[in-house]
Design a protein around this ligand. Structure first.
Ligand code: GAF
Length: 387
């Protein structure tokens, strides 16, 4: 995490409100090693925190209002645009655009019995938006931590993750699972987080690819997605339909792929097969990491991508090309990451991943696509106060 981001957020706050913030809080974006579209099916995920994220500089506001400004939003950098929201009038659907996320956090905190008072906030982020790195959850979690700490509420992090998720589900109206908020609030540096989304049990699993001469990289395919617009919600509904047809509460309850013969609809069968096999891959990956066998997860990443592409049908051309080019050029494994239909690919590379980067860039050039972005992805720490 860059200390520059914290300073910039503090400076942005001072410029906007003519006052110093009381503090600056940071929440990271996340990568997901493996376990995609399993969280809302009560399954397993294995995300880790990135060394980039969202900074929220915050201070109290006397007026029972939330005043917000973001350097990344139109009218932000160099402008004076702030959004002012009366806390007592907060209701789902009452705030639109980026401000719905922080406003939703206030609403959700109050619903959970934490009557946070008014606040001023200035937001700064070094996460590319729409790249599938969970900029929304980073914003929610930085704001949630800032508001609760400013008000002196000591909220257990699992509970805070659930509160932030509720902001996104019920206030913003996007039916996401709990993975992204949990990653932002629970991950440890040098570790991935094995989360059982049914029980809430969270275990840190060592993830230090450099010890094996390897590195994790994010390839931003430049194809943009928004969970609000993509087929994310449709997949959620299909999984619920598949569970109902199989007579279980969630797909987590299905013991194995043999049970899927009972599903008449071939589409639902494919969706369910992805979820069941992906849960198995997460557990296998975690077991390999516990034995220090980072290279062993490469084939699991490739299988996950094939499953997301063919059974869950949420991959996109730029991701498929990046995965194929990366693995052909020496990546040990690669797969699309996040909600799907756009965003990023995660790849496990030899420490000097230059050949892979060149191969992916060449494959994009051949197709006249914009050059992909490359981000190092060292497993980093969760949200905290940074100033
Ligand atoms: C998005 C959602 F926010 C997560 O909850 C998760 O479902 C993910 O897509 C897919 O694994 O990031």
């Amino acid at each position: 995490m860059s200390s520059r981001g914290a300073d910039q957020a503090a400076q942005w706050f001072a410029e906007q409100y003519d006052d110093a913030p009381e503090g600056v809080w940071h929440a990271p974006g996340r990568a997901n090693l493996i376990g995609e579209h399993t969280d809302y099916n009560d399954g397993f995920v294995l995300p880790f925190a990135l060394d980039r994220g969202t900074f929220a500089a915050a201070g109290p506001h006397e007026d029972g209002v939330l005043e917000l400004t973001s350097r990344q939003e139109p009218g932000g950098a160099g402008g004076t645009r702030t959004v002012t929201i009366a806390l007592d009038s907060l209701a789902p659907g009452s705030v639109r655009g980026w401000a719905a996320y922080p406003a939703g956090v206030v609403w959700s905190l109050r619903q959970a019995g934490y009557p946070v008072p008014g606040a001023r906030m200035a937001v700064e982020s070094d996460l590319p938006q729409g790249a599938g790195l969970s900029s929304s959850a980073a914003l929610e979690c930085a704001v949630a931590l800032a508001l609760t700490q400013l008000a002196g509420f000591d909220v257990v992090r699992q509970e805070l993750a659930a509160i932030a998720r509720r902001a996104e589900n019920d206030f913003v109206g996007v039916p996401t699972g709990i993975m992204d908020q949990s990653a932002a609030l629970l991950c440890q540096s040098g570790h991935a987080l094995l989360l059982d989304c049914r029980s809430g049990e969270a275990d840190s699993v060592p993830l230090d690819p450099a010890l094996s001469g390897l590195a994790l990289a994010i390839i931003d395919t430049r194809a943009r997605h928004a969970l609000t617009e993509s087929g994310y919600g449709a997949r959620h509904i299909e999984c619920e339909e598949a569970a109902r047809a199989l007579g279980v509460r969630t797909l987590r309850e299905v013991p194995g792929t043999d049970s899927l013969a009972a599903l008449a609809d071939p589409v639902l069968r494919r969706r369910a097969r992805h979820v069941i096999t992906e849960n198995q891959r997460v557990l296998e990956a975690a077991a390999l990491l516990r034995r220090g066998r980072v290279a062993g997860i490469g084939p699991l990443l490739n299988q996950s991508h094939a499953s997301l592409r063919d059974d869950f049908e949420i991959s996109w051309p730029e991701a498929d090309v990046a995965v194929d080019a990366a693995t052909a050029a020496g990546a040990l494994g690669a797969r699309m990451m996040g909600g799907g239909f756009g965003g990023s690919v995660i790849a496990l590379l030899p420490e000097d991943g230059r050949a892979v980067r060149e191969a992916v860039c060449a494959a994009y050039r051949d197709r006249d696509w914009p050059e992909p972005g490359f981000l190092d992805a060292p497993p980093s720490s969760s949200a905290r106060r940074v100033l």
